[in-house]
Design a protein around this ligand. Structure first.
Ligand code: BGC
Length: 368
């Protein structure tokens, strides 16, 4: 008992300087209220998260001189988030982030059909994935806890799935995203956060990320077909434009005559991470040398989708009403590989009753 009380005191003290404020963000057309949580630490780092889609709407982090800059793309209002045709700016993605081939999978001998919303495939949980749901939100020490119930049959997926995602900010500028889910029938789960990062601090999407230094801790990536479904077993990155084991800019090779880069219209591929254990390990690192900002992505997930905003064509308005331009940000979506439910040799994404889906990704910010 004493130990528990001491631990609670320690936890409360550790988060004491991280403040959480709640305010109204607007109402959905059906009357549902959307809440904004503003989480701030002593260095001034500020994360703003809304219950609609669990979207990280802004994240201000210090540059090497301490000046704050917004490092994520997004919109100015709830109406703009709701009208967005498919950027998934900052949102929580589920039940299945990324693609499931031919929009179907077989589990325990039964075929489940999913919404076809990306060529012949199903992308990011279907037509009304978790990014388009208004989550329940409540303050927790250092952040916000979001929860939702995805009912049996939701977007074609079996089982009532109870999902809880917690965003917390630490004093040392880590934004931690912790996901849990439980089900009452076997199902598949693969969640992610779809933030578009631009460490220059241009959350309005006006500068590009081609010159930012990227490292991906992976010896292998998954070549894809024309619908961006992995062809089979992951292949070595060595000798290809997909080798980011040493810090390299995306711009250095993005326009090379490479079949895979053509299919993705740039980078839109899945890297299988080099892992040594089961805990948080480095997946990727981005360094923007003019501001000095550095982002390190740590995760317990087996893979990461690196996407260079290829489909942003200026038609979607971002912050300040400015058009979000192609390659104005990059996504590093930690996850299981695409189409895992149809790829028996990939790590399993099946969740069964009695087990808990439990995964953490940390976005660690610094400047030098
Ligand atoms: C996918 C892209 C897609 C983007 C926005 C990424 O996760 O890999 O192909 O365009 O999400 O939908």
């Amino acid at each position: 008992m004493k130990f528990v009380a001491l631990f609670a005191l320690f936890a409360a003290t550790a988060c004491a300087a991280v403040s959480v404020k709640k305010s109204d963000y607007g109402k959905m057309p059906d009357g549902q209220a959307v809440t904004l949580f503003t989480v701030t630490n002593a260095t001034g780092t500020e994360a703003r998260i809304i219950t609609y889609g669990g979207v990280l709407v802004s994240l201000k982090t210090p540059d090497r001189k301490g000046a704050l800059g917004d490092v994520v793309l997004g919109h100015d209002s709830l109406a703009d988030y709701m009208a967005d045709g498919g950027t998934y700016f900052g949102a929580l993605i589920g039940r299945y982030a990324n693609r499931i081939g031919k929009a179907q999978f077989v589990l325990d001998g039964k075929t489940y059909k999913l919404p076809v919303n990306n060529g012949p495939n199903s992308l990011h949980g279907g037509n009304k994935g978790f990014d388009k749901r208004n989550w329940s939100g409540k303050e927790v020490p250092g952040g916000v806890e979001l929860s939702l119930l995805s009912k049996d049959g939701d977007e074609g997926y079996p089982g009532n799935l109870k999902v809880v995602v917690t965003y917390t900010l630490t004093e040392d500028n880590r934004l931690r995203v912790h996901y849990t889910a439980t089900t009452d029938k076997p199902t598949v789960v693969n969640m992610s956060n779809h933030s578009y990062w631009n460490l220059k601090g241009d959350g309005d999407g006006t500068s590009n990320i081609l010159g930012q230094l990227l490292t991906i801790n992976a010896d292998k990536y998954s070549p894809v077909d024309a619908g961006l479904i992995p062809l089979g077993e992951p292949q070595p990155v060595a000798g290809t434009p997909f080798d980011f084991r040493k810090a390299t800019t995306p711009g250095a090779r993005i326009n090379q005559a490479n079949e895979q880069l053509k299919l993705g219209k740039g980078y839109d591929h899945n890297w299988v991470l080099n892992r040594t254990g089961t805990g948080l390990e480095l997946a990727a690192k981005v360094e923007e040398t003019t501001s000095g900002r550095i982002l390190e992505v740590y995760t317990d997930q087996p893979a990461v989708q690196f996407y260079t905003g290829n489909f942003l064509d200026g038609s979607v308005k971002g912050k300040g009403g400015k058009p979000a331009l192609q390659r104005s940000a990059l996504c590093l979506e930690t996850q299981h590989s695409p189409d895992s439910p149809n790829k028996p040799t990939y790590p399993s994404t099946v969740l069964r009753p009695g087990s808990t889906y439990d995964t953490t990704t940390e976005f660690r910010f610094s400047a030098k």
